[in-house]
Design a binder for this molecule. Sequence first.
Ligand code: ZN
Length: 306
Amino acid sequence: MTGILVSEVGPRDGLQSTQRVMPLEAKKAWIKAEAEAGVREIEVGSFVPPSLLPQMADTPELVAFARTIPNLNVVALVPNAKGAARAAEAGVHGMSIPFSMSETHSLKNLRKSHPEMIEEIRVVAEIARDADIHFAVGLSTAFGCTMEGMIGEDNVVRLAEQAANAGAQEFSLSDTTGYADPAQVKRLVRKVRAAVGADRMTTLHLHNTRGLGLANALAGLEEGITTLDASLGGIGGCPFAPGASGNIVTEDLVFMLNSMGYDTGIDLEKLLKVREIVAAALPEEPLYGFTPDAGLTLDYGTRGKS
Ligand code: ZN
């Protein structure tokens, strides 16, 4: 059975756009329960300045807590070198920096041009190397940007190459805005892989804004993608499209992968129960997903093993 790493990003990407701050204890319970369901990697937070994003202020505490859980890879997002230094100090296993393929978006969001971002990536790579931390670059808005529209695929390839030369160990292609379609996913994964190597182009970060999230995930799997980001209940929604769900839903993704016979190591029944923790802590937030509503009526243990 091929192993696929499902990386839970709800505590970071999901909570980033919820109104209410989730209490630290609830976040801990969420992370612990997901790890107990078999999830092997969780992005627990973001090292942005707490004044900008109060929801992420407790990230150092969460990292310290998550590190006590056996066999869990603890990762965090870092916006820049300052954040990377804080993440290293907190003791993350892995860090990733978002690198927006839309220069307009990059300037507006992080106030950095593409050449300035490459320099930042170089510095972050050094910080990660010195602390023996895995360092990934998320090629965000790779499939389209709300400000710039379509992003040239050759541009994405060129920027990925530059980031690889600056020290990125691994890449994720991010459909930040939910514009990707399966044909585009296949093309871009293939092109970036050819440029930076298959062992480095491993991950897809998908949003389900237009309902194509799982179709895009499948397209990525067919191209040899081995890591898929997802968030429990698609929590947080999409800041660009009110009413739309956020990341692809972990529960639905795990249902698909387990059914197809991929080894995720995740117990879906246990995973479904984790929703109760999130729902209790953020009662006003909608939780998305089809599998949780439909339930598991088949003898789930025998599926995918014929
Ligand atoms: Zn995202």
